[in-house]
Design a protein around this ligand. Structure first.
Ligand code: ZN
Length: 349
């Protein structure tokens, strides 16, 4: 089959579209999917560069997000049949450890992600456990059907943002939420989820064009973080009180400002560290202001089903920035690395 593969860790020059063996069903609970589309995530760039402790068999197929048609199912699979149009949770858990038993699949001791630890979605076929797979929902009329590109673009960013805002930070109506760097998939979805929950959202970007799109998505206030002092602006906008929740995935570059704008009793939730992962905190401020600083990653199978229900109700349809054919997937990655896109970049297979 054709696939976008990484030959070795390094930079994007290590990517190529090549012929690799198609995966086959090995377990009775597996499903094989003929992929129609895959989507790019920042995680793919980290996988290209290499993560501590991550050892891969090369050539390695990239991609965490995807959608396609079920091609074959194992003997113990029920509810999913060949021919079904499906999408899936990119996180594979053992379903045996104490965290899996508690329904906390993204805390699983053997948690692995498609395209990071496991063969990914930028290929013609993928095999994964049936518990990860759901039928693509039909939104209410008169909304159009979910396209392959939208289905592929939905899962990873929406699941990540949902767990951050709903399960972890428990954002409530009337609260103020600051979301950094609105161009990214998780950030733009976090903005939309916060609005769905009834919160007031302050969004930042270095691009006025992306901030205009953020206002289209419902952002109440937008700040160009290259042009204004975000801490001063936020304090002024909140009458010195600060925000209830900060949604972080930037790391070192924004951390100090994130704490400076956090209200008493505020919550900071983070899922990434794109500018560096070592930050400082004054413990006296932490206890005096009674902050909650929380990590979050991906989500459980139940959380995944919650976001699929929202899609079925017509909410949170992903924004697709552009669609590339698989044979041009390396060009898609070059544009993705430049971060000029707003919304998801998709590869059609
Ligand atoms: Zn487990």
């Amino acid at each position: 089959m054709r696939a976008l593969v990484l030959r070795a860790h390094g930079d994007l020059s290590q990517l190529e579209v090549a012929d690799v063996p198609a995966p086959t069903i090995k377990h009775a609970r597996d499903v094989r999917i003929r992929l129609k589309a895959g989507a790019l995530n920042h995680l793919d760039l980290w996988t290209v560069r290499g993560l501590p402790g991550l050892s891969l068999d090369f050539p390695h197929i990239l991609g965490g997000d995807g959608a396609g048609i079920v091609d074959e199912v194992g003997d113990d699979v029920s509810g999913i049949r060949p021919g079904d149009r499906v999408m899936f949770n990119p996180g594979v858990s053992c379903c045996r450890c104490e965290y899996c038993h508690a329904g906390e699949h993204s805390l699983c001791v053997e948690y692995r992600l498609l395209g990071e630890h496991l063969p990914g979605t930028l290929a013609e076929y993928i095999v994964l456990p049936h518990v990860n797979v759901v039928r693509i929902p039909t939104p209410p009329a008169p909304d159009p059907e979910i396209t392959w590109a939208e289905a592929a673009a939905y899962s990873l960013a929406t699941l990540t943002a949902w767990r951050m805002l709903v399960t972890r930070a428990r954002v409530r109506a009337g609260e103020t939420v600051l979301v950094w760097g609105i161009g990214g998939g998780v950030s733009s979805t976090a903005l939309r989820i916060a609005k769905l929950l009834g919160a007031r959202v302050i969004a930042t970007s270095s691009s006025d064009e992306k901030l205009a799109k953020a206002r289209d998505l419902g952002a109440d206030i937008t700040l160009n973080h290259n042009q204004v002092d975000v801490a001063r602006e936020v304090r002024a906008l909140t009458h010195k009180r600060g925000v209830d929740v900060v949604v972080e995935n930037v790391g070192e570059a924004t951390w100090e400002t994130s704490l400076r704008v956090l209200a008493r009793n505020g919550r900071l939730v983070t899922c990434g560290a794109t500018t560096g992962s070592h930050v400082k905190i004054d413990i006296r401020r932490l206890f005096w202001y009674q902050w909650d600083i929380m990590g979050s990653t991906m989500g459980s199978h139940e959380e995944y089903r919650e976001i699929i229900r929202l899609l079925a109700q017509g909410h949170l349809r992903p924004l697709v920035d552009s669609v590339y054919p698989l044979e041009n997937a390396v060009a898609a990655f070059r544009r993705f690395e430049g971060a000029t896109h707003m919304g998801k970049m998709v590869v059609e297979i």
